[in-house]
Design a protein around this ligand. Structure first.
Ligand code: GLU
Length: 375
């Protein structure tokens, strides 16, 4: 049975690249009637924080990523240490003088290779892989070792993760082969770049999932935006989670880095905003505005508000404008072009004899009312 996992380290905010990796692992498991594990890799005691772990769990809930199992890496430390001992006993690893414990790379073969489900054949000259650390001088295991041992113990069959781990995979495969571990298939997803072609950095706030949720992007929009970075899902424009499961294929993930274009996200958000019912729309109005509009028939104009905004945050800005207009008679500033346009419209109305022809007459003169439809 297929089993995938998402293995975040709770050492920083949950970022958009991580969300994409989590979703792809989830989709692959569900598509193949397999299971999906969430493993919190919390062994870096100094950098791991409870708030970051809680953020991961909360975001999993928001995006309906229902895992079948949850594990904490720190619970397995003893097992990781035992594997370090096994490697030492079998002379597959050694301790450097006062330094870390290293895996002894056997360079009898000229190349190390494996078949990546996305990148194809990966072939690295063995002389390029130096002996590498599996535990620090105090014997605490490194990422390469703990992560592999957990995948083995958890009986993971497929690992889908960022391309930045492809060299780790070569090293992990060397350890796995030397201990006859279960064979795991790896798929490395090309990274996400900004519009200038630079790698998106984890440390950059604009890559935090939380940032987009707080800015007023709907979860459906974020989901669609992020899964489409690097995979076109059979050209389907808008997918829910079930559509995504049905149309997900690892082999269709493109090799070039995906471009993170916020305008695209805004465009998708506009689509989903326009699908909101009035009840759903109301959920985004803050309490102050809700109270102030108690006696308004907002249901009549909510579609109009939705058609003009790109995020839910702007719902409140628009409603505040509306309230100001009615209560304080405050109007928005208009520029001279708009003033000219309004004057032309007034003039056309004055010249008109038959009221019923109003809209038609205005439009004939290129004076569409929607041009002044700004609050
Ligand atoms: N904890 C690692 C990370 O967050 C896991 C990488 C992996 O998926 O194996 O980068």
């Amino acid at each position: 049975m297929i089993k995938t996992r998402f293995a975040p380290s709770p050492t920083g905010n949950f970022h958009m690249g991580g969300l994409r990796t989590a979703i792809y692992n989830y989709l692959y498991a569900k598509k193949n009637k397999g299971t999906f594990l969430l493993r919190i890799e919390d062994t870096d005691q100094e950098r791991s924080k409870k708030v970051f772990e809680e953020e991961i769990l909360q975001i999993f809930k928001i995006f309906d990523l229902n895992y079948d199992e949850i594990n904490y890496q720190s619970k397995n430390i003893q097992k990781h240490k035992e594997i370090v001992d096994t490697l030492l006993d079998q002379n597959l690893a050694y301790k450097e003088n006062d330094g870390p414990y290293r895996f002894k790379v056997n360079r009898e073969k000229d190349y190390f290779e494996y078949e990546d489900l996305i990148l194809g054949k990966i072939k690295i000259p063995s002389e390029n892989i130096e002996d590498f650390s599996i535990a620090r001088s105090d014997k605490s295991p490194t990422f390469i070792l703990s992560n592999l041992v957990d995948d083995h113990l958890d009986q993971i069959t497929h690992v889908i993760r960022g391309n930045d781990h492809s060299i780790n995979t070569i090293k992990q495969k060397l350890i796995a082969e030397s201990l006859s571990f279960n064979k795991i298939k790896y798929a490395h997803i090309p990274l996400i770049h900004d519009l200038n072609g630079k790698k998106l950095s984890k440390r950059d706030n604009i890559t935090n999932v939380d940032f987009y949720l707080n800015e007023g992007f709907l979860k459906e929009s974020i989901f669609n935006f992020i899964i489409k970075l690097g995979n076109n899902f059979n050209d389907l424009e808008y997918l829910n989670i079930q559509d995504a499961i049905n149309n997900f294929e690892i082999s269709k993930i493109v090799l070039s880095p995906a471009k993170f274009d916020i305008q695209k996200l805004e465009f998708i958000n506009q689509y989903y905003l326009n699908q909101l019912s009035f009840q759903e729309f109301k959920l985004h109005i803050n309490s102050e505005n809700l109270k102030a509009t108690e006696n308004y028939n907002l249901d009549i104009i909510y579609k109009d508000i939705l058609s003009r905004i790109t995020t839910t945050k702007k719902i409140n800005e628009e409603i505040s404008c509306l309230i100001n207009f009615f209560h304080k008679k405050q109007t928005v500033d208009i520029d001279n072009n708009e003033k000219d346009l309004i004057q032309k419209i007034y003039k056309a109305i004055q010249d008109l004899h038959n009221e019923e022809d109003l809209i038609e007459a205005l439009e004939k003169n290129d004076l569409f009312l929607k041009k002044i439809g700004k609050l």
